[in-house]
Structure formats: structure tokens, C-alpha cells
Design a protein around this ligand. Structure first.
Ligand code: UDP
Length: 314
């Protein structure tokens, strides 16, 4: 049985990855320091003998005893309000954490896949974004701590590949959603769902004309699995190219939840908020034979079932 280390295991994406790799017959070590993750997301795995949990901050030296075949580095604050609140931790986990895990991959002769982001494209001047685009990032703006940490993550990962022949994979993840997102993580989907369920105003930032493209978590996990098993060491975009404005997205959530007390309200647009975002997934299609299968209508329905359970209405 192959053995895989997943960092950020108690987070939204990390926990879904633990589930998937257990299902694929791997022994999984989940690592987290619970800065933004929650054990609720993985408590169902604790009884399994294939699953081990290490409480650890990967910004500090990472020790794993025994053999290790694969590493997935998914530890990081990932929502804009989180990385605004935790700018130093965000920089450290992207930079020092990635360095530690690449060192571990080298020592164990393990293949490593690191989570990068569409944020490396910043407020993009090329649309849709292809992997060849270098981006438009403000290094000293509020998002700089995340964007530059992830750009450093890509650079050091490529350096370990070139200098030490470590088998590396880099995924650029676009907006992803689904069950286990934190209700209060500040991102648009948990915000809109919880506000719609409680009958509050949906906080549309700016005039809501900015666009995003939302990928359902199961599609993303399939893309990650395929990329890990591929031989592609160049960055690959994984996301759903179905683009929508934030205002229209709010209207879709309102229609789905159907709470007559909820409506759109408008708030100031945050600094450096990207105006457009849509992945060009030609490369994923060609190299991985991957494309998203779950429509936004279906994904939102499934996600609504989750938020109905976890949003407190009193
Ligand atoms: N947004 C919004 N209302 C909210 C939260 C976010 O209108 O309560 C907007 C935000 O300004 C951005 C988009 O929704 O344009 C997506 O924001 P999110 O924080 O989910 O992720 P981002 O794609 O900006 O990293």
C-alpha cells in the first residue's frame, strides 16, 4: 500500500483529499496545525487503521518516520480574510513549509504535489488565464502575502525539480466550493449561503460585476489525483471555466435558497480584488484528459444541503 502525507488535512480541500486517497487504497498521514482547519472534517477517518493524524505546523522542520511515496502540500490559509488576519503565517507556510516538504520529498524519494493558485495571476490582464501568463500581482497589497508565497512555492518547487530531480507537480487551483467550507471563512459562497439561509442581505462587494469561475470539489480532487499520477512537472490550471459575475452568482443563491427575507446588498470592493478570473484548461484536457463534470446548478444544490445543516439560524 502506497503511503501519502497530506498537509492541511483538516481543511476543506485536505479533508476531501484524505477521503479520496483512503478510497484509492493508500495509507494516509494527515498533518495540520488547525490554524484554519477543523478536526470535524476528518474525525470519521480516525478509526481507520490506514489513517494517521500528526498535529504539526509545517513551517517548522517536518519529520515522518518510515517510508513515504507521495506528499500533497495543501496547508495554508486560503481565504482573503484569513490571510489578511494571518499574513506572516501565510508567508511562512507557503515559503518555509514548502521548503521543508521539498526537503522531506528529497530525503524520502517521494513525489510531491504542491497547491498553487489562480492568485499567481493576480488581477489578470490576460483572459482567460493560461499557464503561460506570468500574472499581474501587487507584492505589497493585502493579497501579496498569499500571492507571493504561492509564487515562491512554485519557484522553489521547480528549483528542487531542476537541482535535485525531485518528482514535483504544481497545481494552480481556481475558486473551488463544496461541503466542509467554513461558514465564516469570508469567501463569497459560504457568505452568500449563510446570509440567504438566515434571511440577511447578501454582501455583494463593489457592483458585483467582477467575475469568478467556481469548480465543485469532487471535480478538483479528480484533477489533483490525475495530475499526481501524471508525469507533468509544469504548472497545470484546474478549475471550472464556467464564468459568472458575483451579482449573478448572488441571484442564483437567492433563487436556490428561496428565502423571501434575503436580498442583495452592496459593500465596498476590497483592495486589489481581481476583476475577472477564468481558467484556460486546455492543458488539463490534453495532458490529464480532465475536465469538470459537475455543473454549477448541481454543485450548488449539493453544497446547499451541507450549509442547511451547519448554518445556525437562531
Ligand atoms: N465577495 C463578495 N461578497 C462576499 C465575499 C466575497 O462580493 O461576502 C466577492 C469578492 O469581492 C470577490 C469574489 O466575491 O470578487 C470572490 O471572493 P472570494 O473571497 O470568495 O475569493 P477570491 O476569488 O477573491 O479569492
Amino acid at each position: 500500500m502506497p503511503r501519502i502525507l497530506i498537509t492541511g488535512a483538516a481543511g476543506f480541500l485536505g479533508s476531501h483529499l484524505c477521503d479520496r486517497f483512503i478510497k484509492e487504497g493508500f495509507r494516509v498521514i494527515g498533518m495540520d496545525n488547525l490554524l484554519t482547519g477543523s478536526l470535524d472534517n476528518i474525525e470519521h477517518l480516525f478509526p481507520l487503521k490506514e489513517f494517521e493524524y500528526y498535529h504539526h505546523d509545517v513551517s517548522k522542520f517536518v519529520h515522518v518516520s518510515g517510508e513515504l511515496d507521495y506528499i500533497l502540500h495543501f496547508a495554508s490559509p486560503a481565504s482573503p480574510i484569513d490571510y489578511l488576519k494571518m499574513p506572516i503565517q501565510t508567508l511562512k507556510v507557503g515559503a518555509l513549509g514548502t521548503h521543508n516538504l521539498l526537503g522531506l520529498a528529497l530525503a524520502k524519494n517521494a513525489r510531491i504535489l504542491v497547491a498553487s493558485t489562480s492568485e499567481v495571476y493576480g488581477d489578470p490582464l490576460v483572459h482567460p488565464q493560461t499557464e503561460e501568463y506570468w500574472g499581474n500581482v501587487n507584492p505589497v497589497g493585502p493579497r501579496g502575502v498569499y500571492d507571493e508565497a504561492k509564487r515562491f512555492l512554485e519557484a522553489i518547487t521547480m528549483a528542487y525539480h531542476n537541482a535535485h530531480q525531485v518528482e514535483t507537480r504544481i497545481i494552480r487551483i481556481f475558486n473551488t466550493y463544496g461541503p466542509r467550507m467554513r461558514v465564516n471563512d469570508g469567501r463569497v459562497l459560504p457568505a452568500f449561503f449563510s446570509q440567504a439561509i438566515r434571511g440577511e442581505g447578501l454582501t455583494v462587494f463593489g457592483d458585483g460585476s467582477q467575475t469568478r469561475s467556481f469548480c465543485y470539489v469532487d471535480d478538483l480532487v479528480e484533477g489533483i489525483y490525475r495530475l499526481l499520477m501524471s508525469d507533468c512537472s509544469q504548472p497545470v490550471n484546474i478549475g471550472n471555466p464556467d464564468e459568472i459575475s458575483i451579482k449573478e452568482f448572488g441571484e442564483e443563491v437567492l433563487a436556490l435558497v428561496g428565502n423571501p427575507d434575503a436580498k442583495l446588498t452592496y459593500k465596498e470592493l476590497p483592495v486589489d480584488d481581481p476583476k475577472v478570473r477564468r481558467p484556460d484548461i486546455t492543458k488539463a484536457r490534453e495532458i490529464l484528459g480532465w475536465e469538470p463534470k459537475i455543473s454549477r446548478a448541481e454543485g450548488l444544490k449539493r453544497t446547499y444541503e451541507y450549509f442547511k445543516e451547519v448554518v445556525k439560524t437562531d
